[in-house]
Ligand binder design. Structure first.
Ligand code: SAM
Length: 249
């Protein structure tokens, strides 16, 4: 399975760190509230955060009463930031790509992953490894870029606009062709995997999971009103999709 580690690229890391530090960022305003709203109770639970990045979520799970949180990631820079800024006695950070999750011992009550599976070439294989790490009845809660949002070619505008520049329609590029997509985000040749919605659902089900809940991100009206320059007119499509999946009891 191909792996990429763009987060250890100096330019990308600095740029991503600045986006995450800006108080007006998609993660904190839009993604995190939905993800946390789909979590089962975490009090006393053992949590695995796959692609934990800078550890903001791991810290939240610890603050929510988790017994232990293990955050794994492929990027040394992200893990170093997490250790320095989001540590707690019950949080451990470890370098481990999600393609190698079978190397972990033990079982978890809850596995979670926030916007990391965009980089998984074979998502079903990763999900099967997660299924094996969950206790019977355990939950997987994850977010991933929405297939509508990854159906993009990186060349043309994502939107058809009025002459005044207002977003009129969202454009889709080759939605039915799956695989690696390259576009400019923090660096010139940012890469994510595009999957059709049906593939995403079938990957989850083929890994053995029961899908319990699915959500698509939506920009709350008050956020559009508060930050019109950044979010004005962004009603056309969801940026992220979320699933809560259960391992069979
Ligand atoms: C968009 S960031 C999200 C970080 C964190 N989950 C958050 O929500 O703030 C994606 C993360 O996935 C990690 N990642 C990418 N490929 C990975 C892989 N093969 N195994 C583990 N982590 C990976 C990156 O290093 C990065 O930290």
């Amino acid at each position: 399975m191909a792996q990429q580690n763009i987060y250890d690229n100096e330019k990308f890391f600095e740029s991503f760190k600045n986006i995450r530090a800006d108080e007006i960022n998609f993660n904190d305003l839009i993604e995190t509230p939905i993800l946390l709203g789909m979590m089962p109770g975490l009090k006393g639970k053992s949590i695995l955060d796959v692609g934990c990045g800078m550890g903001q979520h791991a810290k939240q799970y610890s603050d929510m009463g988790a017994l232990s949180v293990l955050g794994v990631d492929i990027s040394e820079k992200m893990l170093a930031f997490a250790k320095e800024n989001n540590s707690a006695p019950n949080i451990e950070y470890r370098k481990l790509p999600f393609e190698d999750l079978e190397k972990l011992n033990g079982q978890f009550d809850v596995v979670t992953s926030s916007l990391a599976f965009d980089y998984a070439e074979d998502l079903c294989a990763v999900l099967k490894k997660i299924y094996a790490l969950l206790i019977p009845g355990g939950k997987l809660v994850f977010s991933i870029s929405h297939p509508i949002s990854t159906a993009y070619d990186g060349v043309y505008d994502r939107y058809t606009r009025t002459p005044e520049g207002e977003r009129l329609y969202a454009n889709l590029h080759n939605y039915n062709i799956e695989g690696l997509r390259k576009f400019k985000w923090c660096v010139e040749d940012y890469e994510v995997y595009h999957r059709r919605l049906s593939t995403l659902i079938n990957d989850i089900v083929s890994a053995g999971f029961i899908i319990e809940e699915c959500q698509e991100s939506d920009l709350p009206e008050e956020i559009i009103r508060k930050y019109p320059d950044k979010f004005g007119g962004l009603y056309h499509h969801p940026d992220f999709i979320f699933f809560r999946c259960g391992r069979h009891p």
